[in-house]
Ligand binder design. Structure first.
Ligand SMILES: [Zn+2]
Length: 311
């Protein structure tokens, strides 16, 4: 009897430890009631109209790879068995006269397959993006992680991209970068860039404003885009991987930080609250675009807010 009692106590202790571990590593991701960030839309909109020249006419997106992550990783506290569809995409802003700006460059096939061996990848679209980068006047990044800088990291034309790359100091220097994922030439080109320096906001071209939001990575920035027709977008990179994070006020699972992410979770949480305020403000019509949310991108393609495929 005493032995049975002992086994019972041990089982309860083990289950309690497992439960506490699950809550800490997968479920907990508190978002504060108030955000330390405000979007300061008045300043952003004024800056977007300050640069000389016509506003962009359309925003395009090219899905280069797909994947699916467990919901419990993408949104803390979600189920272990459900999966959330992800995309790895590049964005193209189109101005009158077909002048273009590219945002993010996804990653190469080898790198994508290493991450998601069975997920679809479209090499012909990667090649189309390389052509589009050559034709673009600027190339911007939401942040410097391999699934966003990857198309530059292995670009066969990286020398010809040099004058178009508009990267911040943090994006050039982020220690998180994995040098083995860059060609030596790309590393040389990136390290020789003159960084774009600004404190909070800067407009690199008409209708576009970069907003410093270090948190997911040191070089993370929101990219605000307003079109000639008045549609406004906020490309939020990987601050969240899904609109569900904003709707449910939950960040990613903490386990990911222990495994490979190096997020400042307090800052991310504060930015999620700010995005929730934007989403729930009836006056606000800004379209929030998380970089990897497949469902959200499909919705924006269907509503014709974003054009599917590059020019
Ligand atoms: Zn990413």
């Amino acid at each position: 009897m005493a032995r049975l009692k002992k086994i019972g106590i041990i089982a309860v202790v083990i289950l309690s430890i497992l439960w506490i571990g699950k809550v800490a590593l997968l479920d907990r991701s508190p978002v504060p009631e108030k955000s330390d960030f405000s979007l300061n839309l008045k300043t952003i909109r004024a800056l977007a109209h300050e640069s000389k020249g016509p506003l962009p006419e359309s925003l395009h997106a090219l899905v280069i790879g797909e994947g699916a992550f467990p919901a419990s990783a993408v949104v803390a506290g979600e189920g272990l068995t459900r999966k959330i569809s992800m995309v790895f995409a590049s964005f193209q802003i189109v101005y009158p006269g077909n002048k273009t700006i590219i945002i993010d460059s996804a990653m190469g096939q080898k790198e994508h397959k290493a991450m998601a061996p069975d997920a679809p990848y479209y090499p012909e679209r990667f090649d189309a993006m390389q052509d589009a980068m050559l034709k673009a006047s600027q190339i911007l990044l939401t942040h410097e992680h391999p699934d966003h800088i990857g198309g530059i990291a292995i670009s066969p034309n990286v020398q010809n991209l040099k004058d178009k790359l508009v990267l911040t100091k943090e994006q050039i220097n982020d220690p998180f970068r994995q040098p083995e994922q860059f060609t030596p030439e790309a590393l040389r080109v990136i390290q020789s860039l003159k960084p774009l320096e600004f404190e909070h906001f800067i407009s690199p071209a008409p209708g576009i404003v970069l907003i410093k939001t270090p948190s997911h990575s040191p070089g993370t920035q929101f990219i605000y885009v307003t079109l000639k027709n008045g549609t406004e977008f906020l490309l939020v990179g990987d601050i969240v991987w899904s609109m569900e994070n904003i709707r449910k006020l939950k960040g990613k699972a903490y386990l990911l930080n222990l495994m490979f992410l190096q997020e400042n979770r307090a800052l991310v949480a504060s930015q999620i609250r700010m995005l929730s305020n934007v989403l729930n403000d009836p006056e606000n019509k800004i379209q929030i675009v998380p970089a990897h949310d497949a469902e959200r991108l499909k919705e924006l393609f269907e509503s014709k807010s974003i054009v599917e495929g590059f020019l």
